[in-house]
Design a binder for this molecule. Structure first.
Ligand SMILES: [Mn+2]
Length: 345
């Protein structure tokens, strides 16, 4: 009789899932045993960080815990109208309690949270939940799922296992994380699982049109003018394979705007079909340039970002380059050209 064995990848996936379930059980136990919970995410939080933090805030409150969210940096303007955003603080004030549990989201290292790291006392239990590659597993408990579109997706798994019921509000926060981290279901990180979770959130009352309008289609006329200037700044180099946009301090200062008003503007660098790498250069000071990178297909821009001490995912990454904008561009073009030529060989 023919014996059929289960393919290796199914076996290993199953094993991994069982392992994850056990880790999640331990995490839920820690949540239940905690009294004072501190929640932080990487510096300059994005929609995934903010949405996930707010769901977790709601969850801890529902368990009767004290909870505080602190991030370093500015909250992008597009999230300014999210309900509950006032619970996410970015000032340097201390906490009203001494945390016994720190939940760190979206940070490959503990240093990525910036100065708010100082709010974690020694002896405080650290739970590290992430979906970025290369996480250093610095937590007492670590749950890192690189296959997840967003940390919101990872958190969804925990909350379901904990028996949390998603209200419409909680569903909106979770949906925000997946919507924004998949680039509105555009990136290849969008999986059947991401869409299933979003479907569940829509069933819980999320209105996709309202969410997308609130986050993406709510610009001021001044912001639109800057977007026009940024698009006009496009430099298409390396035989059409790289498109670079510039957002300068001058463009913002005349209008009283901030870099935080333009989260996601890098996406315009990918409008041309010939482009493999998209870049947005922001002149943060005379000798420092922040670069956001995007790519198509298997081209890994996190490798470029890492050359400058940054990081990220295959198709979305970023770094701070300690050079004036024009030299930063030249240096990055050179590295990109080498990598593109190498890939084509
Ligand atoms: Mn994320």
């Amino acid at each position: 009789m023919e014996r059929r064995s289960i393919p290796f990848w199914i076996r290993s996936r199953k094993k991994k899932m069982q392992m994850n379930d056990r880790v999640i059980d331990t995490i839920i136990e820690s949540f239940e045993n905690a009294t004072n919970v501190f929640v932080a995410a990487h510096e300059d939080p994005d929609g995934d960080s903010l949405g996930s933090q707010l769901v977790m805030y709601d969850f801890f409150r529902s368990l009767g815990k004290n909870v505080a969210i602190r991030n370093q940096g500015r909250i992008p303007t597009r999230y300014a109208n999210i309900n509950g955003i006032e619970n996410v603080r970015t000032d340097s004030s201390g906490l009203d309690f001494v945390p016994d549990l720190a939940l760190i989201l979206e940070s490959t290292t503990l240093e990525r949270v910036g100065k708010v790291k100082d709010l974690i006392p020694s002896g405080c239990r650290i739970i590290n939940i992430d979906h970025h590659p290369g996480n250093s597993l610095y937590g007492d408990i670590n749950l890192v799922n690189e296959g997840a579109s967003s940390v919101a997706e990872v958190i969804h798994g925990i909350l379901k296992q904990a028996g949390f019921v998603f209200t419409r509000q909680a569903a909106e926060w979770l949906y925000t994380g997946i919507l924004t981290d998949t680039g509105r279901f555009h990136f290849s990180s969008t999986t059947p699982e991401s869409l299933r979770i979003c479907a569940e959130m829509i069933e819980a009352g999320v209105d996709p049109r309202v969410m997308t309008d609130r986050i993406y289609f709510s610009k001021s006329q001044q912001q639109m003018q800057v977007i026009g200037e940024v698009i006009s700044s496009a430099e298409v180099v390396l035989d059409g394979r790289l498109c670079a946009l510039t957002l300068s301090k001058e463009m913002l200062e005349q209008r009283g705007l901030d870099f935080a008003d333009f989260e996601g503007i890098v996406d315009y660098s990918m409008y041309l079909s010939s482009v493999t790498i998209g870049a947005l250069f922001k002149s943060v000071s005379d000798d420092a340039t922040k670069v956001s990178l995007r790519s198509r297909s298997v081209f890994d821009v996190s490798e470029i970002a890492r050359r400058f001490g940054g990081g990220g995912h295959t198709n979305a990454a970023g770094a701070m380059i300690k050079l004036p904008i024009e030299s930063a561009k030249k240096t990055l073009y050179r590295i990109a050209e080498e990598m593109l030529d190498h890939d084509e060989k």
